[in-house]
Design a protein around this ligand. Structure first.
Ligand SMILES: [Zn+2]
Length: 360
């Protein structure tokens, strides 16, 4: 019989997972000018228990609904199975892990406790931004240009969002050049409630290994962006920082939906001050839908059926986000709240910013 054996294995695993408990041996600290707090203290205050997955290196903070995995020296935290970029690496002190207060405020709390805005109006208009266009081809592999597939995905996504009841505007509907500042400017001018920029990725090295979607939102004030090619020393606030928490939540829900519904490899929620993100006044994200340089993933990107599935996943992410940020419906049973239709399930088929400068 396998059941008792499985029970023993679970018991052994529980023994191996030593509970991180008792008073924290570490104290709040300043590390390179940033305030850090002991992870175990923050977790306890937020109803989470901590366990060592790897003593001194990896901690699981968990409760009935949440599973966070922190790694020493890492700038990524796993939030319910999806990687989310931190602004500062997880630190260690006296064998305990410390997390930057900025990251608790800007990367973790907004996901665990989504900001519900009492007077938030329902999402009606979504601005889609197909990356590149015209002379700007975007990534180019063999005879394929990124600009072709970002437009194809945007048109597919437009159709699905319209079926779900949204108004949709696009920064381009044909193979035309659109200046970077004009893209968020259009969304601002037309009063869009969300801005979604669409791109596909490429890598010069590791072409057979690097694959999967990643989703960007604005970098918190005072932090550097996720990738080494961050965008320079301007760490001050941008227009987009006003909607920063909602942008993170939208990026997370879309990334989670892409990974789960496409069965894709997770390359995480990341932060950047891309030109198309930083001037948006509404929640804004930039999706890199996968790698045109990966032999298998590129074939999918060029397939209309796969782009249809990708659009469906993005719609599901947007609907989940909407459900989380809208205030709860009135308690009266006779509610007249409008119903947003779910996307239909029928199978058919750099200008993310200026070329980012290096962060010091
Ligand atoms: Zn691009």
């Amino acid at each position: 019989m396998t059941q008792p054996f499985a029970g023993l294995k679970q018991f052994a695993l529980l023994l191996a997972l030593c509970l991180v408990s008792g008073p924290s041996p570490a104290h709040a600290a300043f590390i390179i000018g940033h305030s850090y707090v002991p992870l175990v203290d923050w977790a306890r205050a937020n109803g989470l228990k901590c366990f060592w997955l790897k003593r001194g290196d990896e901690v699981l903070a968990t409760n009935r609904t949440t599973r966070l995995v922190f790694d020493k020296d890492s700038r990524m935290v796993e939030v319910n199975g999806i990687d989310v970029a931190l602004s500062f690496p997880v630190a260690a002190d006296h064998g305990a892990l410390l997390v930057a207060q900025t990251d608790l405020n800007t990367a973790i709390q907004p996901l665990l406790f989504p900001p519900r805005i009492a007077d938030l109006k329902r999402i009606t208009t979504i601005c889609l931004d197909p990356g590149h266009g015209g002379k700007d081809t975007g990534n180019h592999t063999f005879w394929r240009s990124e600009k072709t597939y970002t437009l194809a995905l945007a048109l597919e996504l437009r159709d699905q969002l319209q079926k779900a009841g949204f108004n949709v505007i696009l920064t381009r509907t044909r193979d035309t050049s659109v200046e970077l500042p004009d893209r968020p400017a259009l969304a601002n001018r037309r009063g869009a409630d969300l801005f979604v920029s669409l791109h596909f990725n490429a890598t010069p090295t590791g072409k057979n290994e690097v694959e999967g979607p990643q989703t960007y939102c604005i970098t918190p004030v005072g932090a550097s962006s996720t990738d080494a090619q961050g965008e320079g020393a301007n760490f001050g606030p941008t227009m987009a920082n006003r909607a920063e928490q909602k942008s993170l939540l939208l990026a997370y829900q879309v990334q989670k939906s892409l990974v789960r519904n496409l069965g894709a490899k997770d390359r995480g929620v990341r932060r950047a001050r891309f030109a198309v993100l930083r001037d948006a006044t509404m929640p804004a994200i930039l999706i890199e839908g996968g790698y045109m340089t990966h032999p298998a993933e590129s074939k999918k990107i060029y397939d209309a059926g796969y782009r249809h599935q990708m659009a469906q996943a993005i719609v599901i992410g947007i609907l989940t986000y909407q459900r989380l940020v809208l205030p709860p419906p009135p308690t009266s049973p006779a509610t007249t709240r409008p119903v947003v239709k779910k996307p239909t399930v029928t199978g058919k088929g750099g200008n993310k910013g200026s070329i980012p400068k290096r962060t010091p």
